[in-house]
Design a protein around this ligand. Structure first.
Ligand code: SF4
Length: 302
């Protein structure tokens, strides 16, 4: 059985910090350029309009309180002993640099079990002043920047009202990587209009730009997203589970050695999850991916 080139992010964290490490999602009160009119008003069509904030997070509290409450809750149900504070909601890098610096400092000081930060970004919100702040925290702590690529197909990006382009992603990533920053790219498989070739080209781009991590997830329909309306009318074709599993395995085969895989599934919380049915059960989906990896002679690493 051959070793897959990519590696599990969780295993990496365990090796680096000597224990289980969990993310704590917080809401820094950020906005998004695709919602506040800077780039657009409607948002990406797959967006759940909470900026994809974890369901347990409690916006509007001071960051330190959110961190402590989140840690308490997660520590009760998992064996995690260290935590990475994740500015998940909306676009953290859309904030003025000073504000981002203050919030990052508050998050790091909130609890001694905090060992790092993750910051949600869009490629059009990574100007030099924000990169200066990110580089400062990259030196100070264990920092990840999560950037949405979603797809390399610009027509799909347009149809999804994403209001960024692949060229913008490439340009921003080159500048961020030149500073040595740790980047995780977010990719969606199954966007309407995307071909399997487009999805594999996204993996090629992650390799070419020497990005450090990847989150791949299946397209899912959240009841709060704009896609829910055409989906209810039967206008959004959904990928089948076997096709998704096949594409994920092809992507894992293709990823350059050392890329850390942060995620391979996606679903909306509870009742909000409209489709696909097979994505509701994350564990079963991961098991199906493992089984297919074994069938292809790849050693599952998660
Ligand atoms: S998905 Fe992200 S970038 Fe798109 S509208 Fe929602 S918060 Fe903004």
């Amino acid at each position: 059985m051959s070793e897959a080139a990519a590696r599990s992010f969780n295993t990496h964290l365990r090796e680096r910090f000597g224990c289980r490490v969990h993310r704590v999602a917080v809401d820094g009160g950020f906005s998004c350029p695709n919602l506040d009119g800077t780039r657009g008003l409607g948002g990406c069509r797959f967006c759940d309009m909470s900026g994809s904030l974890a369901s347990y997070a409690e916006p509007k509290r001071p960051i330190a309180d959110q961190v402590r409450l989140g840690i308490e809750r997660i520590a009760r149900r998992t064996k995690a002993r260290k935590f990475i504070v994740y500015f998940q909601a909306f676009t953290a890098t859309h904030a003025p640099p000073e504000r981002l610096r203050t919030l990052c400092d508050e998050a790091l000081a909130a609890d001694e079990r905090v060992v790092g930060l993750a910051v949600g970004a869009r490629p059009d919100c990574l100007g030099e002043p924000i990169l200066d702040v990110l580089e400062e925290f990259h030196r100070k702590t264990y920092l990840w920047i999560d950037v949405g690529l979603e797809t390399v197909n610009n027509q799909t990006l347009e149809r999804m009202n994403r209001r960024t382009t692949t060229a913008e992603f490439v340009e921003a990533m080159r500048r961020a990587k030149a500073r040595g920053l740790r980047i995780c790219a977010h990719v969606i498989f199954g966007l309407p209009g995307d071909s399997p070739d487009d999805m594999m080209r996204a993996i090629d781009l992650v390799n070419e730009l020497a990005l450090d991590g990847i989150k791949i997830h299946n397209l899912y329909i959240d009841a709060r997203s704009a896609l829910a309306v055409p989906w209810r009318r039967g206008e959004i074709p959904m990928m089948g589970r076997d096709t998704y599993v096949d594409l994920v395995c092809r992507a894992l085969e293709k990823l350059r050695p050392g890329v850390l895989v942060h995620r391979l599934t996606g679903e909306a919380p509870g009742e909000r999850h409209l489709a696909p049915e097979w994505a509701r059960d994350k564990n079963r989906l991961l098991e199906a991916i493992r089984a297919e990896m074994r069938r292809r002679g790849m050693a599952p690493f998660f």
